[in-house]
Design a protein around this ligand. Structure first.
Ligand code: HEM
Ligand code: NAG
Ligand code: NAG
Ligand code: NAG
Ligand code: NAG
Length: 338
């Protein structure tokens, strides 16, 4: 995704896999409704949009990061904001599962959004809905498609770190020791200078080398000209006879077709495993279930036993909310160049 390089994987996973999910992902069956907050928080969309618009001015990559956060939420226990829960005595945070660790971004932005939303409509809007709204708003701010986001999700009181490890794509699975022989040699040389052999392995580069900050079909065109960053993506075009070649060609030539498929797929994804009605809860603070909720900034908390028994796990790796710093850096080095 560049912020976007909307990866072919996005389309393949969303359009093909999510497209084949059973009826339970349909909006009606899931009980979600785009006008869910019409009376209780009518301005929620513009509040969320304002925070993201502000942040994206200095950090355009955040738009992609927020879309990915919704994806990584929905594929583990459903779209229930379980990814936002921090480590405590009773929660093993999904944030430190390999696919998320040092890789997900935007948790601090979600907290900013939640703070603003709570000011306007206290106790009403779930963190899971904030993630779904943030994904749509990020698409629009990146000049991608818009859609009416079905709402009414509630937040989980559990997380599942093991399941996050099983269900989400891991960076290790897309790295390869040898670069794709089909890559454009000029592009390969550029990658080699960004991703030195035996380097620290944490360099970043644009997923979409042509229009990194725009949500568009160029990721597909890049594959046609053999400039796909991720080998797993390039193979979708370069593997003779692969079914995905026609998807790449279709989306590359018809941005509208890509947008329509993406919209429908995002709505379906947003319906996965949602909890509604009086199940789950509306979290006060997205990083903690309500029984363990702390007051932001003050370090006060109410624990179930009133004894302050929340135990915060140490996380030695600095800033978990932000991997890499640069505005223009996005994806992992996919190859160990030779
Ligand atoms: C099999 C499917 C997928 C694989 C293998 C995959 C793999 C990856 C990898 C390795 C990264 C880089 C992570 C890092 O730098 O640490 C990434 C980033 C990203 N992925 Fe996926 N992904 C998949 C599906 C999806 C889907 C379905 C979406 C959207 C709904 C998505 C959206 C993104 C976005 C927006 C980024 C950039 C995030 C950022 O810059 O912070 N991915 N993906
Ligand atoms: C966005 O930025 C503007 C100008 O910097 C500021 O006035 C406004 O309060 C910010 N809004 C949010 C929600 O952060
Ligand atoms: C959640 O955990 C991270 C460390 O993983 C920490 O940096 C962050 O401040 C925590 N959030 C809150 C609200 O305490
Ligand atoms: C997490 O998911 C795994 C795999 O579905 C399951 O076996 C396990 O019981 C779950 N753990 C928790 C804490 O829910
Ligand atoms: C590779 O890309 C460069 C520009 O970045 C272009 O000049 C060259 O023609 C491309 N090579 C092939 C074989 O397409």
């Amino acid at each position: 995704m560049s912020s976007f390089g909307v990866k072919v994987w996005c389309a393949v996973v969303l359009v093909v896999i999510v497209g084949e999910l059973p009826m339970s992902t349909d909006a009606q069956a899931s009980g979600l409704d785009p006008s869910f907050y019409k009376n209780t928080c009518p301005n929620v969309h513009s509040i969320v949009r304002e925070v993201i618009r502000n942040v994206s001015k200095t950090d355009p990559r955040m738009l992609g990061s927020l879309i990915r956060l919704h994806f990584h939420d929905c594929f583990v226990q459903g779209c229930d904001a379980s990814i936002l829960l921090n480590d405590t005595k009773t929660i093993a945070s999904e944030q430190s599962a390999p696919p998320n660790s040092n890789s997900i971004r935007g948790l601090d932005v979600v907290n900013k959004i939640k703070t603003e939303v709570e000011k306007a409509c206290p106790g009403v809007v779930s963190c899971a809905d904030i993630l779904a709204l943030a994904a749509e708003i990020s698409s629009v701010l990146g000049q991608g498609p818009d859609w009416k986001v079905p709402l009414g999700r509630r937040d989980s009181t559990t997380a599942n770190k093991t399941l996050a490890g099983l269900n989400l794509p891991d960076k290790a699975s897309i790295n390869s020791a040898q670069p794709d022989p089909n890559l454009n040699t000029t592009y390969l040389q550029q990658l080699r200078s960004i991703c030195p052999k035996n380097g620290p392995g944490n360099a970043l580069t644009n997923l979409d080398s042509s229009t990194p900050d725009k949500f568009d079909k160029n990721y597909y065109s890049n594959l046609q000209i053999r400039k796909g960053l991720l080998q797993s993506d390039q193979e979708l075009f370069s593997t003779p006879g692969a079914e995905t070649v026609s998807i790449v060609n279709k989306f590359s030539s018809d941005e509208n077709a890509f947008f329509e498929a993406f919209k429908a797929s995002m709505i379906k994804m947003g319906n996965i495993g949602v909890i509604t009605g009086n199940k789950g809860e509306i979290r006060k603070q997205c990083n903690f279930v309500n029984t363990q909720s702390i007051e932001l900034g003050l370090g006060l908390y109410n624990s179930e036993d009133g004894m302050g028994s929340i135990f915060f796990m140490e996380n030695g790796d600095g800033d978990p909310y932000n991997k890499g710093g640069g505005d223009e850096d996005r994806g992992p080095c996919p190859i160990e160049t030779v």
